[in-house]
Design a protein around this ligand. Structure first.
Ligand code: SER
Length: 302
C-alpha cells in the first residue's frame, strides 16, 4: 500500500515511491543522503490478471530496482545491468530492446550503441512497449531498454527493464497513448530499473516458470497457480492493513479472494499456510482470518 501517492491504490512499480525525485533530484540528497538508491519493493499489479498462471505473470511480485536521480546516467545503468546478469549471475542475454522513437521522442540510438559496445548481438527496436509510464495520473516517463533471458523452456523472458526517465507527462498513460501528449523534458535524466525477483529466480534456478521455484510450491495446473498467486497477493495486502470491502483497495482484495475460491478445489487456508511458510523470517504475514471469512461469505452467496 503506497504511503503517500493517492494516484494509485497499490504500489505497482519500484519507482512509485520515488516519483517526486525525478523532477526534484536534489531532494533525494536531503531525504536519503544519496542520489542513488536500491530497493526490493512489494508490488501488486492487477492489469495482467488474465495472464496469471502462465510462466511469468503474477499479481503479487517483488521488484528489485536501482534508481538514480542524477547520480549516474544511461551508460552506467546499462553497464550495471549487463554486469549483474552476465558476471554476477552467469546468465546469457538472449536479446535486448531499445525504443524506436515516435513524435517528439527520438530513437534511442545511444542505448543501442552502448549494448553494441558491450558485445550484445541481438538488439531489437521496439515501440510503445518500450516506452514506460507514467504511473497514475501523471509522472516521469521515458524510453526503456529491456533485457531478455531464456527460461528452461527456451522461452524469452523479460528479466529487467532499465527506464530512462527523460520526460514528465502531466496526464495518464491512456492520454499519452491517444496522442494528446505534451511531454516536458526533465532537467536531469532519471534512472528507474525493475527486475522481477520471481522471474529472476526462475531463470537462475533453470526453471520453466515462476511456480516451479522455491518462492512457490511447484504448482502445475493453471488453476493451482491462480490460487497460489491470488492467495499470496491477498495475504500481503491484508498484512499491509487492508480488509475485504466493496470499495477501493478492499474491493480489489475481495475480488482476488473470490477469484481464488472459484479456482480452488480445497479450502484456501491450506494455501495461506504454505505462503506463510515460504516467507517466514522475511515478511511478517498475517491474514487475521480475513481470507477464510471472505471465503465463507462468498461460498454462502454462491
Ligand atoms: N518502472 C519500470 C517497471 O515497473 C521499471 O522499474 O517495470
Amino acid at each position: 500500500v503506497p504511503e503517500n501517492d493517492p494516484s494509485v491504490l497499490f504500489t505497482t512499480a519500484g519507482m512509485q515511491q520515488f516519483k517526486p525525485y525525478y523532477t526534484n533530484p536534489e531532494s533525494a540528497i536531503k531525504d536519503f543522503g544519496s542520489k542513488n538508491i536500491v530497493t526490493a519493493q512489494k508490488c501488486i499489479r492487477t492489469g495482467d490478471i488474465d495472464e496469471v498462471g502462465d510462466a511469468t505473470h503474477l499479481t503479487f511480485f517483488e521488484m528489485l530496482g536501482n534508481f538514480s536521480f542524477g547520480g549516474y546516467g544511461r551508460r552506467e545503468a546499462i553497464n550495471y545491468a549487463h554486469d549483474f546478469i552476465i558476471k554476477e549471475l552467469g546468465l546469457d542475454i538472449s536479446y535486448v530492446t531499445f525504443y524506436k522513437g515516435e513524435g517528439v521522442v527520438p530513437k534511442d540510438e545511444e542505448s543501442q550503441k552502448i549494448w553494441q559496445e558491450l558485445g550484445v548481438h541481438d538488439i531489437r527496436e521496439d515501440g510503445a512497449d518500450v516506452f514506460w509510464g507514467p504511473t497514475g495520473d501523471s509522472g516521469p516517463c521515458g524510453p526503456t531498454t529491456e533485457i531478455y533471458c531464456k527460461n528452461a523452456d527456451g522461452q524469452d523472458v523479460e528479466i529487467w527493464k532499465v527506464v530512462l526517465n527523460e520526460y514528465f507527462w502531466d496526464g495518464s498513460r491512456e492520454k499519452l497513448d491517444k496522442g494528446e501528449a505534451n511531454l516536458k523534458k526533465v532537467d536531469v535524466l532519471g534512472i528507474d530499473t525493475g527486475m522481477g525477483l520471481e522471474r529472476l529466480v526462475a531463470t537462475v534456478q533453470k526453471k520453466k516458470n515462476v511456480y516451479e521455484t522455491d518462492l512457490f510450491n511447484n504448482k502445475e495446473t493453471k488453476d493451482e497457480r491462480i490460487v497460489a498467486d491470488h492467495v499470496k497477493a491477498s495475504l500481503f495486502i491484508i498484512s499491509d492493513g487492508v480488509v475485504p470491502s466493496n470499495t477501493s483497495r478492499g474491493y480489489v482484495l475481495r475480488r482476488l479472494i473470490r477469484r481464488a475460491v472459484r479456482f480452488s478445489k480445497t479450502p484456501l487456508k491450506e494455501e495461506v499456510l504454505k505462503v506463510k511458510e515460504v516467507y517466514k523470517g522475511v515478511y511478517n504475514l498475517d491474514d487475521k482470518g480475513e481470507i477464510e471469512k471472505e471465503e465463507q461469505k462468498f461460498k454462502k452467496t454462491l
